[in-house]
Design a protein around this ligand. Structure first.
Ligand SMILES: C[S@@+](CC[C@H](N)C(=O)[O-])C[C@H]1O[C@@H](n2cnc3c(N)ncnc32)[C@H](O)[C@@H]1O
Length: 301
């Protein structure tokens, strides 16, 4: 897909933030098959044999746990959404916490059983909503799973509805004041907007943190949601010396992506300035802005 270096602004209840999503050339798993089919025995085996994949899962889980901001000296009860083979769960255990995980793929859960993970695991679909008692969890993490809810695999699947089912039941299953951190791979800006919109509708506040925003390989997107906290203070992103990337501006006016449609953000003065800033951070030479920067040009014809 010819989708590269897409810059966009998502404005939700509290924050404006700029996210740069770069598509890789290979076909996304979400476009190949539904998760319960894609994560079959073959794919699940990779989670026990591919050391790079295991390392990445562990690192992203460590970061998600750090963003949960749990109390240092006590063991907490964590939910792992899309827990898969239990690699993420093993990291939760290593950090001294107890956990429950659920996943739609039985093949992935079988690997977790083989691994003899310490958490309890359940076969369930996030889009159907959760079934836990109110206030059960001290924190929630999810690694590379939530974007799957943006795809409709059968006629009856309605992604906005499934996302809302998920977030609203998740909200009630969480302790007031706790956090949910989702590492995710949105396919495009509107997917991220859809996810944040449904999370906001369900009562969450929060925002997005982008670690290593200037690195194609290391860049990771985390959606950090707060349960029952009106004015969240966003944690800082890693791998950037630039305050504009770590400090997310407060904005009370929620503007939907639909409203933004029609106005091309690309080539506007803000777009050009943001691009120049990014190139500067990459050590490239850029021309300084002038009064002509981003001005509309008259057609030559
Ligand atoms: C990249 S894997 C995550 C692996 C996991 N963190 C681990 O340690 O193995 C993404 C997982 O999300 C799960 N998933 C995708 N859609 C789901 C849904 N609707 N409900 C529950 N799990 C889902 C997939 O089955 C898959 O196991």
């Amino acid at each position: 897909m010819g989708f590269s270096n897409f810059i966009f602004s998502v404005l939700f209840r509290f924050h404006i933030f700029n996210v740069n999503i770069k598509m890789s050339s290979h076909k996304r798993p979400e476009l190949q098959a539904p998760p319960e089919i894609f994560y079959n025995e073959n794919e699940a085996q990779k989670y026990t044999t591919n050391s790079r994949m295991m390392e990445i899962q562990a690192k992203m889980t460590e970061r998600a746990l750090e963003l949960l901001n749990l109390p240092e000296d006590s063991s907490c009860f964590i939910l792992d959404v899309g827990c898969g083979s239990g690699l993420s769960g093993e990291t939760i255990t290593e950090m001294g916490h107890c956990w429950i995980g659920f996943d739609i793929s039985t093949a992935m859960l079988n690997v977790a059983v083989e691994r003899e993970v310490e958490g309890d695991i359940i076969n369930a679909d996030a889009g159907e909503g959760l079934f836990f008692k109110p206030g059960t969890f001290d924190g929630v993490i999810s690694i590379s799973a939530i974007q799957w809810l943006c795809y409709s695999n059968v006629k009856s699947h309605n992604p906005p509805k499934r996302l809302y089912n998920f977030f609203s039941t998740l909200y009630s299953a969480m302790r007031q004041g706790s956090r949910a951190v989702f590492q995710l791979y949105p396919e495009n800006p509107s997917q991220l907007e859809l996810i944040t919109t449904q999370a906001t509708r369900a009562g969450f506040s929060g925002g997005v943190i982008i670690d290593y925003p200037n690195s194609t390989k290391a860049k990771k997107i985390f959606l950090c949601l707060f349960c029952g906290v009106p004015t969240p203070e966003m944690p800082s992103a890693l791998g950037t010396g630039d305050a504009s990337n770590t400090q997310i501006h407060y904005n009370q006016q929620r503007i939907s992506y639909k409203q933004m449609k029609g106005k091309s953000v690309k080539k506007s003065k803000d777009w050009i300035t943001a691009k120049k800033e990014r190139l500067k951070r990459q050590g490239k030479q850029v021309k300084p802005n002038t009064k002509y920067t981003g001005r509309k040009r008259r057609s030559k014809f």
